[in-house]
Write a protein that binds this ligand. Structure first.
Ligand SMILES: *[C@@H]1O[C@H](CO)[C@@H](O)[C@H](O)[C@H]1NC(C)=O
Ligand SMILES: *[C@@H]1O[C@H](CO)[C@@H](O)[C@H](O)[C@H]1NC(C)=O
Ligand SMILES: *[C@@H]1O[C@H](CO)[C@@H](O)[C@H](O)[C@H]1NC(C)=O
Ligand SMILES: *[C@@H]1O[C@H](CO)[C@@H](O)[C@H](O)[C@H]1NC(C)=O
Ligand SMILES: *[C@@H]1O[C@H](CO)[C@@H](O)[C@H](O)[C@H]1NC(C)=O
Length: 279
């Protein structure tokens, strides 16, 4: 009798411990909570160092526009009192038909990584959507979306602590001047490289596009439509201490020796530029 009771207590304690890692399924359904999600960058580039913690992530998968209200209601009602409980490694939105991510849909949750995969119609993100997690996001990754260059000013520049940005197979046509202002950003992947099928329509990079990225040391640009850069496309703000190597990796069919105007690569200030050109 005693033995029976204590094993029940043990089972209850074990269940409680498992649930403490992830919120109850019913409280976040139709999204779910998982322990590990592979990054987009890892799928698209061998030049990727694994920095995530992979403890628990929120995955919202195969959702339609009819699920939006439900997701919003679930996350708004989720009671997670401590900051630790509210913090997740990644938010993954995968294979949805969503056109827009509405305001504040993920409640008070905070994320280290925001990852959108195969959301072909996704064109806009409300500027308030990630208000609560702005300072926490360090990795932003998208694959197969309809996001355009508007994302830089509306969303990305709110994430002041970003270290990596990966945007593959989307609708970005140009990188505007001063597009990025993340002073901690180290690596930037734009477009599918390495012979993978890509539809990146990127066809121009404005002068000073990367000007305010003092820590950038890796840049991949993969597109078939970019023929020629501007002399100041890669001009960077002066930083006495940035003596590290700057690797630029270009892929696509449009590149030629004429793509790089005279002096365009001397605009990287004191950094040594290391270029790889693949077709
Ligand atoms: C990344 O690191 C986590 C935790 O150390 C590990 O579980 C995961 O398998 C790693 N992923 C890759 C792709 O190396
Ligand atoms: C978010 O946190 C604030 C303050 O901690 C609280 O007032 C608010 O109700 C929370 N909102 C949600 C959606 O959890
Ligand atoms: C999501 O979409 C991609 C591309 O269409 C497909 O390859 C993949 O199998 C889908 N994943 C799921 C879980 O449906
Ligand atoms: C992508 O967005 C553009 C507007 O920016 C729109 O015209 C087009 O229909 C969208 N495509 C898809 C597949 O949603
Ligand atoms: C990129 O988009 C194209 C066209 O939509 C598609 O055929 C291709 O499979 C996509 N690439 C990946 C890696 O998903």
């Amino acid at each position: 009798m005693f033995c029976y009771q204590s094993s029940i207590i043990l089972v209850v304690i074990l269940l409680w411990k498992i649930d403490a890692e992830c919120p109850l399924t019913i409280s976040i359904n139709p999204c779910s909570c998982v322990t590990h999600v592979p990054t987009v960058t890892h799928q698209a580039s061998d030049n990727y160092r694994n920095t995530s913690i992979y403890k628990r992530s929120i995955v919202c998968e195969k959702l339609t526009n009819n699920d939006i209200i439900n997701v919003q209601t679930k996350f708004m009602n989720l009671v997670l009192t401590s900051m630790e409980d509210r913090h997740f490694d990644a938010l993954v939105l995968r294979n949805t038909t969503w056109k827009e991510i509405p305001s504040n849909i993920f409640g008070n949750l905070t994320f280290l990584r925001i990852q959108f995969e195969h959301n072909q119609y996704l064109s806009t993100i409300h500027p308030d959507t990630f208000r609560n997690t702005n300072e926490y996001v360090k990795h932003f990754e998208t694959l197969n979306t309809n996001l355009s260059e508007l994302i830089f000013s509306t969303i990305l520049n709110q994430f002041i602590n970003l270290i990596d940005i990966t945007m593959l197979n989307d609708s970005i046509k140009t990188i505007p001047s001063y597009a990025f202002r993340q002073r901690k950003l180290e690596r930037l992947w734009l477009g599918m490289g390495y012979g993978l099928t890509g539809k990146q329509p990127l066809k121009s990079i404005a002068p000073y596009a990367f000007y305010y990225l003092p820590k950038l040391y890796f840049l991949q640009i993969a597109t078939d439509y970019l023929i020629e850069l501007h002399k100041y496309s890669f001009a960077l703000e002066t930083f006495g201490e940035s003596m590290f190597t700057f690797e630029m990796d270009f892929a696509g069919n449009g590149w030629s020796s004429n793509s790089f105007p005279l002096m365009s690569l001397t605009q990287c200030r004191s950094r040594q530029v290391f270029m790889i050109h693949q077709i």
